[in-house]
Design a protein. Sequence first.
Length: 315
Amino acid sequence: MFPELICFIIFFMLSFVINQKRLHKSFDSQIRIPNKVVIVTGANTGIGFETAKELARRGGRVILACRNLTKAHEAATKIKLATGHNVVVKHLDLASFRSILAFAKDIIKTEGRVHILINNAGTGVLDNSLTEDNLPIEAQVNHFGPFLLTMLLLPVMKNAPETARIINVTSILHVFGTVENLDKQGKNFLERRRVYANTKLANILFTKKLAEEVFSTNDNIMVNCCHPGAVYTDMFRDQPRIVKWMLKLMFLTPKQGAQTSIFLAVQELMPGLHTSGRYYTNCREDQPFAAAMDRGNAQRLWDLSFKVCFADRRW
Ligand SMILES: NC(=O)c1ccc[n+]([C@@H]2O[C@H](COP(=O)([O-])OP(=O)(O)OC[C@H]3O[C@@H](n4cnc5c(N)ncnc54)[C@H](OP(=O)(O)O)[C@@H]3O)[C@@H](O)[C@H]2O)c1
């Protein structure tokens, strides 16, 4: 039995690695984005760091929106050394509506316009505690926080003469998600384990609904989401050493994982509903799972998010 199990694990790992490498696509275009104001949340490490670095290299005025300012300044120094470009560091804690409001006010006052917003920050902490806004922490950091941030920044995104872009980083794990009771703590082990998938489903439904809303009001904003692949990042920092070693071997690097976010931020796409509200992976459009295409789900999530973020006025 034991040798069979080892063979199965090796076979599984090899086919996973081969499949990931086979499907992975790098974004090779050299398009530059001089002076475009870009916000990348969770940009101090992982996929967000690589995204911010590349967009700075392409001439963007990149703002690292991070909860830990020490880590963010270290990241800014690394980007400056690697690209020769300065980036801006600002505090943003998505687990706090007050922090999101302060960040948005600061951006509106100091920048006045935003061309590209990348909602990249995310957590998979399996922590069932509530935030100061009385929401489950994973649900707030991964969905309600980015929802509020996006809504507060929409007015300055509409100001830009060229098409502005919103990119939400989701995950293929949305396949296991549901958006029922997203604002409630998980009652049992299974419900708690599912919160990450629920929030990643929410990222896609939000993308689709927001794309329709901005299109119907003729706002010049393109909204898309992407799955970065399975990427070895700090997201797995609490795993045992042997698991981390295996993941590092099998998964993509953060630079590889950043390619689709970068593609969506800079690639020239004709504005319109056929290029907005879409799900991308490996730098091309893909079809998400059925729950992410359900308009009823999208409407229910939209209503709940407005209630939680605005009607209940938690901030
Ligand atoms: N890695 C994968 O295989 C994978 C697969 C699919 C989707 N994704 C998605 O990719 C995105 C980036 O993840 P990653 O893999 O690059 O993970 P990561 O290396 O752990 O980066 C996550 C970033 O989010 C930040 N963050 C966490 N809580 C925050 C909060 N309350 N306020 C503001 N920022 C906060 C983290 O800050 P700290 O450093 O201070 O913790 C970090 O900068 C996430 O949305 C994730 O769901 C990842």
